[in-house]
Each structure stands twice: as structure tokens, then as C-alpha cells.
Write a protein that binds this ligand. Structure first.
Ligand SMILES: [Zn+2]
Length: 373
């Protein structure tokens, strides 16, 4: 009897060892965190939310197409519900077990932790038995922001009728003021796609933001219309253009590709694969981009008392390539004589910068909270 009991106990211990939870130790911390394991269809899994909380990873689920985006150590994984495959750095990997959904919860095969992570992150993660020692996960707050003064150099952008003010100069002036506020008052790292009067292709603008791993991308422009009566402010985030008016603005801003970047050949370059890839990455950020656009637009309108043209969606090339929440602000109509006068005015430029800053600050506060809990 006693013997049987011991055997049973041994068996239970062995079983327990097989099914022991993962233990995650962050380098520099003394207490390990527990990552529970569970068996589903005789395969070992961990709950994706548990995984994300222990690794400080961000996971976002696109219900419409079953894609799951996971951000870990500044890198992005794209999983597909009910599929064993995932995409990492544009390559696909096979876990041999499918990512499972049970009710509202998603489960990641344990093999991803025990075998795949170390392949992607090398010495940053170390597995011994069921204890994983990892580098400290990154702070997910907004830390770096890329400001993009539209146009520049040979491309003046829109030109005013009365004072012949050039859009490129207004965009740069406000960006430089905004940079100062973001650095001084929020301690952010602010990078500019251009800090003087030079031409930068649309593709290079977002490539720069992606390479620097920026958390936000903000493009500044001024609007123009055939009618000198058109007025007001509007803020865009990426999508297929909704209204015919939005399509007109989109055509105008995208025109840079036609006129200055080598016409149709260059346009094809933006249209095929690059678009699919950037679309993949942008859909993930649509909600956040929309939130940032709303916060900025509200503050702009309240602070400048300019006419509110609202938050809109359009398919700008310059936003397409950005793998982060991104917006494009049209700060007023340079084609409207009254607004042109305001746009070149230093004090008005200060007010534009201040109100855009307040909008970004409000957005950052909410966004940081969502991403760090
Ligand atoms: Zn423009």
C-alpha cells in the first residue's frame, strides 16, 4: 500500500514536472514570474495575455482576418488564428501546432517559448529546464517621435495667392516649434525627416521613421483649393479615401510622386508589394492613429478657433509606409488669403505648434497606459 502510494507520488511529481509552468526571470530582478501552462488537445499551450503580461509584449487581434500582432523586444510577429505559421521579419516560421482560440482567449503553443524565441533573440533569452532568463523588456511608452515637414527643396508644396507663401516653409517652421515643445515638456526624442529646405522623397520619410523605430509619425502640411473661400483645419489618418474631398487632398499630396519622384515607374513601386506590407502593419495601428488624429484635431480647433473640417481617412503615400501610429495634419488653406496671412504669422505658428503638442500629449498619456498594462 505504502509502496503504491510512493509510486503514485513519484508519477504525479513526474507528471507535474512535465506540465510545470514556465518560470520567467528578468535579468536584474530577483523574483521570477510564473507563466502558467495548460494542455489543450494534448498539446501544451500558454495563454497569450499571460505571455504578453510577463514579457511586456503587446498583442493586438484583428478579428476580421484572424491576424494576431505580437510586439516583443521591438520586433513584430504576425500570427494567424488556427494556423501553426507566423511571420517574423518577412519570413514565415512553423510551430507545428496551431494557435488556438477558446472562447475569447487565445493560446500560443508552448513550443514558441521553448524553441522559437531563442532562435529569434539569441542570448537575450536563455532557457534552462522550464526557467527562462530574459533581458529586461522594453518600455512601451511613446519615447521617439518623427515629425515630417511636408515637401521641401524643389517641391514647394502649395503656394499662397496673396503673399506667395510656400507650404514647405510653413510646414518646417511649425515642425521646429513643435519639436522644441515635445523635447522640453515631454522629454521625447524628436527626429525630423528634414530640418532645412531640402527635397526628401515620400518613401525616405517613412523609411527614416521605421529605421529609427519611432513610436509616432506626424506629417505637417497646409491645404490648397481652387476656391479661395475654402478654409479650416483637418487631420488625416491612413485608410482608403472616404469622401471625394478627401480623395482630392490625397491626390494633391500624392502628386509629389508623379512630379518629383520619377512618374509612373516610381508610383508602381509604392503600389504593389510595399503597399501590401505597409497595409499589414498599418491596419494594426488604425485605431491608435484615429485616436491620435481626434486628440490633435480637437486641440487644434479649440486653440486656434479655426473652422473644423474634422478627422478624415485618406490613402496618403507618406502614411502608408509608416509602421507606427501616424497622422497627417492640414493646418489651414494657404490658398485662402486670410488663412495664408495667419499661416506665415509667427504667433499663429506658435499657437499651431502648442495645440498640436497638447493633442499629442493627451494621446500619449492614454496610449502609454494602454500599452504598459
Ligand atoms: Zn502638402
Amino acid at each position: 500500500m505504502k509502496k503504491n502510494y510512493i509510486i503514485l507520488l513519484l508519477f504525479a511529481t513526474l507528471l507535474g514536472m512535465l506540465h510545470a509552468d514556465f518560470s520567467i526571470l528578468v535579468r536584474g530582478e530577483s523574483k521570477a514570474k510564473n507563466l502558467p501552462e495548460t494542455t489543450l488537445n494534448s498539446v501544451r499551450y500558454v495563454n497569450l495575455d499571460d505571455f504578453s503580461s510577463v514579457f511586456k509584449a503587446i498583442n493586438k487581434h484583428d478579428r476580421t482576418d484572424g491576424r494576431i500582432y505580437l510586439h516583443l523586444y521591438d520586433e513584430q510577429f504576425i500570427f494567424l488564428e488556427a494556423s501553426p505559421y507566423y511571420i517574423f521579419k518577412n519570413e514565415s516560421f512553423n510551430m507545428h501546432y496551431t494557435l488556438l482560440r477558446k472562447g475569447a482567449k487565445l493560446y500560443l503553443p508552448s513550443v514558441f517559448i521553448s524553441e522559437h524565441i531563442k532562435v529569434h533573440f539569441g542570448r537575450m533569452v536563455e532557457l534552462k529546464g522550464k526557467t527562462l532568463t530574459i533581458d529586461k523588456p522594453r518600455d512601451n511608452s511613446v519615447l521617439t517621435i518623427v515629425l515630417d515637414p511636408g515637401h521641401g527643396g524643389k517641391d514647394p508644396g502649395a503656394v499662397g495667392c496673396k503673399l506667395k507663401a510656400k507650404e514647405k516653409d510653413v510646414n518646417l517652421a511649425v515642425c521646429l516649434k513643435l519639436k522644441q515643445l515635445l523635447e522640453k515638456e515631454l522629454g521625447l526624442k524628436v527626429l525630423l525627416t528634414r530640418s532645412d529646405d531640402r527635397f526628401v522623397s515620400l518613401q525616405d520619410r517613412t523609411r527614416y521613421a521605421n529605421e529609427r523605430k519611432a513610436d509616432l509619425f506626424v506629417s505637417l502640411h497646409t491645404n490648397a483649393s481652387k476656391s479661395s473661400q475654402s478654409r479650416g483645419l483637418e487631420t488625416y489618418y491612413l485608410s482608403t479615401a472616404q469622401s471625394s474631398e478627401a480623395r482630392a487632398v490625397e491626390a494633391m499630396e500624392n502628386d509629389v510622386v508623379e512630379r518629383f519622384e520619377g512618374g509612373t515607374i516610381a508610383k508602381n513601386k509604392y503600389d504593389d508589394l510595399a503597399f501590401i506590407l505597409s497595409d499589414l502593419s498599418q491596419t494594426e495601428h488604425l485605431e491608435s492613429s484615429n485616436m491620435m488624429a481626434s486628440n490633435v484635431q480637437q486641440n487644434l480647433v479649440a486653440g486656434t478657433r479655426a473652422y473644423d473640417r474634422g478627422v478624415k481617412q485618406a490613402n496618403f503615400y507618406v502614411l502608408r509606409g509608416a509602421f507606427m501610429p501616424s497622422i497627417l495634419i492640414e493646418m489651414g488653406f494657404i490658398s485662402n488669403p486670410e488663412e495664408e496671412q495667419l499661416l506665415v504669422n509667427q504667433e499663429y505658428q506658435d499657437r499651431l505648434a502648442r495645440t498640436i503638442f497638447e493633442g499629442i500629449k493627451r494621446f500619449k498619456f492614454r496610449y502609454d497606459r494602454i500599452r504598459n498594462t
